[in-house]
Design a protein around this ligand. Structure first.
Ligand code: C2E
Ligand code: SIN
Ligand code: SIN
Ligand code: SIN
Ligand code: FE
Ligand code: FE
Length: 412
């Protein structure tokens, strides 16, 4: 247990840390850890509100963790609870009031809520005391709940949560709320950025970016399955890749209309300028704030690299566009990224982008039929494209077609 002066220090330190760390997952795990430490609680969870249900998103349980083989993680299904008064969590989310319960198996029958004992039944854990606090913004908007379970006395007996615990938990709840609000704001800004790129180039961008993102996600999910990436990791990555893929050509906002909308083939000088859209796009995410910025920079920079190393812009410094020292060819131009030198997301989006460019009408070309597209792309397997990812793409053509049907070009 922490002494009072230590508690104040911890709270202050955590507040500062939260301003430095940008990754929402890390932030909320830390809030939960510190909240549990403060109240000496054996377990705890944070649930996030999404539409009308609460998702059990972060959970920690010391007793269950100690029973696991070393290094293994607690498995928790991503189960959901409806926001209504029948569960403790739902009641707190709906009413915005916190609940401090001494024994969840002895809730007075007159109360509307019950303890959902599914988790206890599944794990053999015995929940007793539970303190549940809403994550409420200053405008009274509920974003989720923080729940800590089984307060322990110094002798390790399970006791009730005190009034002081309740006051302290409101501090943690507000730290978690700020982190969540910031993440939601970032997301909203990214969506605005995508709409802005659409305004610049409405004919090509709108449906194109949705299809490229959809194809990319499909390839990534199958790649992750083959490589046995954990579902937690895939869940975290899905949203990031989707938004990053939508922004693959965002650098085109800086290319002049005469080139961008030229209804004919580009000459060499024009094509050189056009190629800059990769570096210009990556530059927007250079000031790294989160995993999303890394992914978006990777995709913008690398989606025109080729498996055989003959793509562009190659090994360049994003800030200056100059070749990286020791990575230039004899003529002084940057060497193209070869094979896995191009990060996974770049290799994936490259396939999705070319497939879509060939299948669609452009100011400079007609749409090709599927046979011609697939023949051309198959010729590029292992020269232009990562052969493994190309095979995954080809094996998912039924889904690719349904994504094309969902996002058709308007009026072209
Ligand atoms: P985009 O239209 O989204 O095309 C993406 C990529 O699809 C191209 O990258 C290229 O790899 C492939 N692609 C598109 N059309 C064809 C084609 O007819 N044949 C083959 N084999 N591949 C094709 P790339 O070439 O680096 O071009 C990047 C961007 O530059 C294009 O994006 C487009 O916005 C612009 N662009 C390229 N060539 C022309 C052109 O001749 N005229 C105009 N107006 N824009 C062009
Ligand atoms: C509830 O708050 O009622 C659900 C808690 C749980 O099942 O762990
Ligand atoms: C170029 O204009 O040289 C590139 C043509 C293309 O691949 O679309
Ligand atoms: C990832 O697993 O998300 C990235 C791996 C890579 O860049 O190859
Ligand atoms: Fe591009
Ligand atoms: Fe594109």
């Amino acid at each position: 247990m922490l002494a009072d002066n230590e508690k104040l220090k911890t709270l202050t330190r955590l507040g500062i840390e939260l301003n430095e760390v940008q990754d929402l997952d890390i932030l909320l795990e830390r809030v939960l850890t510190q909240a549990r430490l403060f109240a000496n609680a054996d377990a705890g969870s944070i649930y996030i509100l999404d539409c009308d249900s609460l998702h059990f998103t972060y959970t920690q349980n010391d007793t269950l963790r100690k029973q696991l083989p070393h290094g293994e993680k607690l498995i928790y299904s991503t189960f959901t609870i409806p926001v209504d008064k029948t569960s403790m969590a739902g009641y707190v989310a709906e009413t915005g009031r916190s609940l401090n319960i001494e024994d969840v198996y002895r809730i007075e029958p007159t109360r509307p809520y019950r303890f959902m004992k599914g988790y206890d039944d599944a794990t053999g854990y015995r929940t007793r005391s539970a303190l549940t606090i809403p994550l409420k913004t200053s405008s009274e908007h509920t974003l989720g709940i923080l729940q800590i379970i089984n307060a322990q006395s110094e002798e390790g007996r399970i006791v009730s949560f005190s009034d002081e615990d309740e006051i302290n938990m409101h501090h943690f709840a507000s730290l978690a709320t700020v982190a969540l609000e910031r993440a939601q704001m970032t997301r909203a800004m990214i969506l605005r950025m995508i709409r802005m790129a659409e305004m610049r180039d409405p004919k090509e961008t709108g449906a194109h970016v949705n299809r490229v993102a959809g194809f990319s996600l499909e390839v990534f999910e199958w790649w992750a399955r083959i490589h046995q990436i954990s579902s937690t990791e895939v869940d975290k990555t899905r949203d990031i890749l989707h938004m990053a893929a939508m922004l693959h050509d965002v650098g085109k906002v800086a290319i002049s209309d005469t080139i961008l909308k030229k209804p004919a083939k580009l000459n060499d000088a024009e094509y050189e300028i056009m190629k800059q859209h990769t570096i210009l796009g990556a530059r927007l995410f250079q000031d790294r704030q989160s995993d999303f910025d890394d992914a978006a920079a990777q995709v913008a920079l690398c989606h025109h690299e080729r498996w055989d190393g003959k793509g562009y812009p190659g090994h360049v410094d994003t800030a200056t566009g100059a070749p990286i020292k020791g990575r230039a060819d004899k003529d002084g131009t940057a060497r193209g990224k070869l094979k896995e030198e191009t990060p996974l997301f770049g290799r994936i989006v490259s396939i999705a982008d070319v497939y879509d460019a060939l299948s669609s009408r452009r100011s400079y070309k007609e749409a090709w039929d599927e046979d011609r597209v697939l023949t051309t792309m198959t010729e590029g397997r292992a020269s232009q494209f990562d052969p493994e990812l190309m095979d995954i793409f080809l094996s998912r053509m039924d889904v690719i077609r349904s994504i094309q049907a969902r996002y058709r070009d308007e009026g072209v």
